[in-house]
Ligand binder design. Structure first.
Ligand SMILES: C[S@@+](CC[C@H](N)C(=O)[O-])C[C@H]1O[C@@H](n2cnc3c(N)ncnc32)[C@H](O)[C@@H]1O
Length: 396
């Protein structure tokens, strides 16, 4: 990158939600920009407004929030302005330039925030037990901050975590995933779901030593990032139970697309596919428990008309699918991939969903893939349904 790309030429004004901020003008969205702002993440910040409001309503008291990686301050400023019953909002950034703009921007919006210029791990350790919500929105991986977060976070709180290193979590690069998340990924058709489960599993395992356990409220993979909203509780017995119940592996056959899962840190599974005999591919350890909370997400959906969000239509679409998939099994099938294996043209997704339900199987769409189906139907019966539908549609 040319150095001129990162030298501010003038300032630009940005309107988002109910606030207006100014930042040094930039030509490229990059971590090298003097103050970081990514307009694409408005969708992410809009969803955060809904999630934190829902969390506050469930907690039934004002919430103190820490935006650990403030950048321009847009996120923290919007939390203070747009959330009902918000207590203190603290904003942190390691960069002095970012802090300068966070101060100017909150003043221009007539809001009073607490400002910190600390390395994120230091802030978390110094301010242990102080926040009801900690928002972790770093560059790339959040893995460097998870241990301090586990140490710092108090019980009955919420953590919001972004990861943009999706190529590692989804298995394009295996070694970085093992290094950062101590888990083996698998680049299958549902690699984004596997990636989200690796991220949740990593957090759950790191929090365990502090006797803290998590409950996913909303998990989504959108654009170039993954985002989690997790409630945190404390109890050694429940942490043990949660890890026993929710940590495991996903086992996948690349040849016939059979898949299953195994509970526990140790694998309790044959290494050959029971359907076709091929060597199985194993991903994990990762989270095999629920990754969506339907009641929480439905609460967020009810909140949409009450907030002034530019992206509300898109949010409604995402949240409706997340709510629908909330009670489904792990992984999903891509009907185009199955059709490719069967060497047929793919039937309509709606027809496959309808037939599965008619035959007594569960069937739901998934936000991870518009061609994906979450079902309890075994792979061979699913192939037969897809094959028959494809042949029938040709006969018409
Ligand atoms: C992705 S940006 C944050 C974007 C912001 N949350 C938003 O929604 O617009 C990451 C920010 O973290 C800051 N940062 C990077 N490493 C840090 C660290 N170790 N501790 C604290 N801040 C850090 C950077 O200066 C940058 O402003």
């Amino acid at each position: 990158m040319d150095e001129t790309d990162i030298i501010p030429k003038k300032f630009m004004t940005i309107k988002e939600g109910l606030v207006e901020i100014s930042i040094p003008e930039f030509e490229k969205i990059s971590s090298d920009a003097p103050v970081f702002y990514n307009p694409v993440m408005e969708f992410n910040r809009d969803i955060s407004i809904l999630a934190l409001q829902q969390f506050q309503k469930e907690l039934e008291k004002p919430i103190n929030i820490c935006d650990l990686f403030g950048g321009s301050g847009i996120r923290a400023i919007r939390y203070k302005k747009e959330l009902e019953n918000v207590g203190e909002v603290s904003v942190n950034d390691i960069s002095s330039e970012a802090i300068e703009f966070e101060k100017i921007n909150s003043e221009n919006n007539n809001l009073s925030l607490n400002f910190h210029q600390k390395e994120a791990n230091i802030l978390l350790r110094e301010f242990r037990g102080k926040f009801d919500v900690v928002d972790v929105d770093p560059f790339g991986t959040p893995s460097y901050f998870i241990d301090s977060l586990g140490y710092s976070i108090k019980k009955n709180s919420m953590i919001c975590v972004t990861a943009t290193d999706t190529s590692a979590l989804c298995g394009t690069y295996i070694e970085p995933c093992i290094r950062k998340y101590n888990s083996k990924p698998n680049k299958s058709e549902y690699c984004h779901e596997t990636g989200i489960r690796i991220l949740i599993g990593f957090i759950a395992l790191r929090f365990g030593k502090y006797k803290k356990y998590i409950e996913p409220k909303l998990s989504h993979s959108s654009q170039h990032y993954m985002r989690l909203y997790l409630k945190v509780y404390k109890s050694s017995k429940s942490t043990d139970e949660s890890l026993k119940e929710n940590i495991g592996h996903i086992i996948h056959c690349n040849k016939c697309l059979y898949r299953t899962f195994s509970k526990g840190l140790a694998l309790a599974i044959n290494i050959h596919c029971p359907e076709c005999g091929e060597d199985l591919i194993i991903a994990g350890p990762l989270w095999i428990g629920k990754i969506q909370d339907q009641k929480f997400i439905d609460g967020m959906i009810n909140e949409i008309p009450l907030k002034n969000l530019k992206t509300s239509k898109k949010i409604l679409k995402l949240l409706t699918t997340c709510s629908e998939e909330a009670n489904s099994l792990i992984t999903f099938h891509d009907i185009h991939q199955i059709s490719k294996v069967l060497k047929i043209s793919a039937p309509k997704l709606s027809e496959v969903l309808k037939t599965l339900k008619k035959e007594g199987f569960s069937a739901a769409r998934t936000h991870f893939n518009p061609l994906g189906i979450k079902t309890d139907c075994d792979i061979n019966s699913l192939k037969k349904i897809i094959y028959d539908l494809s042949i029938d549609s040709k006969a018409i």
